[in-house]
Design a binder for this molecule. Structure first.
Ligand code: GDP
Length: 323
């Protein structure tokens, strides 16, 4: 594969090249990993997209929202990429987020790029692939990258660590209970969007919004938030209502964070986080090798038999890894 040529075509914004490049970074093969690294090194480093994380349980309206929100952004002249993290996809035998027909209008737009989630059980692996896919989309000149995830817990943290801001999509609640949204997930949200604020559901959506606005006020104030954030709003993805206001709130927040230096600082902290994660992954991978496992088993037996001290054995093991 001509990596130089691929890098050029990705940088020129060619969607087919972008798709090929993402396939390359998703591959676990050693030669592909080397090619992917060479490709990433050849890409322009100075292009930044707005990375938006988006989470919500199945059925809340994520794909409907991405479709109408994406179409609205495209109408404003922006290029929009959609990526997904769905760690459960390999278990369910097919990615629920990968269904191309879900965003029918958007997928036909030249200014849009939609990529289903890589099917992998291991969240660490999915995280790296998605993070590299985000970089590829930025290099390809996309203005907005939406990173979608199903609300299943850990994947939110992963998405938040690679996003500039995080949207949480909720449905109108029947009663006055807070839908069992985990506190940790609420704390990640910059903007809560209560979707389906239309027809019979409108009143319930307004109540839910008020409940969440109240709950958000009780959370610890974060440094990276201007007055009035995090906030809760209502939208109707189906009727394309409230989407402009949502975009306005996003833009206001982004402009503030950029002016205050939080944008750069957050990106720097995220880069550090991913570097450390990558080191951990590599060290763990070393532990999985047959020789390392054998050495671990032998030393472990020695320790159990009282033939070696745990610390000394650990030191011997680590020294062995270095050779
Ligand atoms: P996802 O699983 O989160 O991606 O949810 P979908 O986008 O597939 O939507 C699930 C269902 O909710 C579909 O039947 C949609 O038509 C419906 N839905 C999505 N957005 C809205 C909305 O704004 N209003 C109403 N009334 N229904 C919606």
């Amino acid at each position: 594969m001509d990596i130089e040529d691929l890098a050029k075509r990705v940088s020129a914004g060619e969607r087919r090249a972008l798709a090929r490049a993402i396939t390359l970074v998703e591959s676990g093969r050693d030669d592909h990993r080397a090619q992917a690294a060479a490709l990433l090194a050849r890409l322009p480093q100075d292009r930044q997209a707005l990375r938006i994380g988006l989470s919500g349980t199945p059925g809340v309206g994520k794909s409907t929202f991405i479709e109408s929100f994406g179409m609205m952004l495209i109408a404003q002249g922006l290029r929009v990429a959609v990526l997904a993290i769905d760690p459960s996809s390999s278990r369910s035998g097919g990615s629920i987020l990968g269904d191309k027909t879900r965003m029918d209008l958007l997928s036909r737009e030249k200014a849009a790029f939609i990529r289903p989630s890589p099917s992998q059980t291991h969240l660490g692996g999915v995280a790296r692939r998605t993070r590299e896919a985000v970089r590829l989309c930025e290099a390809a000149g996309f203005d907005v990258v939406l990173i979608e995830t199903v609300g299943v817990g850990q994947s939110e943290t992963v998405v938040a660590e690679m996003s500039d801001l995080f949207l949480l999509l909720l449905a109108p609640a029947g009663g006055d209970e807070l839908q069992g949204v985990k506190r940790g997930i609420m704390e990640m949200a910059d903007i809560i969007l209560v979707n389906k604020a239309d027809g019979d559901l409108k009143a319930a959506a307004n109540r839910t919004r008020a409940d969440y606005a109240g709950a958000l006020r009780l959370l610890r104030k974060r440094l990276q938030d201007p007055e009035g954030y995090p906030c809760a709003m209502t939208v109707s993805a189906l009727q394309e209502d409230g989407l402009e206001k949502a975009w306005e709130s996003i833009s206001t927040l982004v402009a503030w964070r950029q002016a205050q230096g939080f944008w750069d600082r957050t990106r720097a902290a995220q880069a550090r986080y991913w570097f450390e994660e990558d080191v951990k992954q590599r060290l763990l991978a070393q532990l999985q090798g047959p020789e390392a496992r054998a050495a671990l088993a032998t030393l472990s037996d020695d320790v159990a038999a009282g033939k070696a001290d745990p610390s000394a054995a650990a030191q011997a093991f680590v020294d062995g890894l270095r050779q």
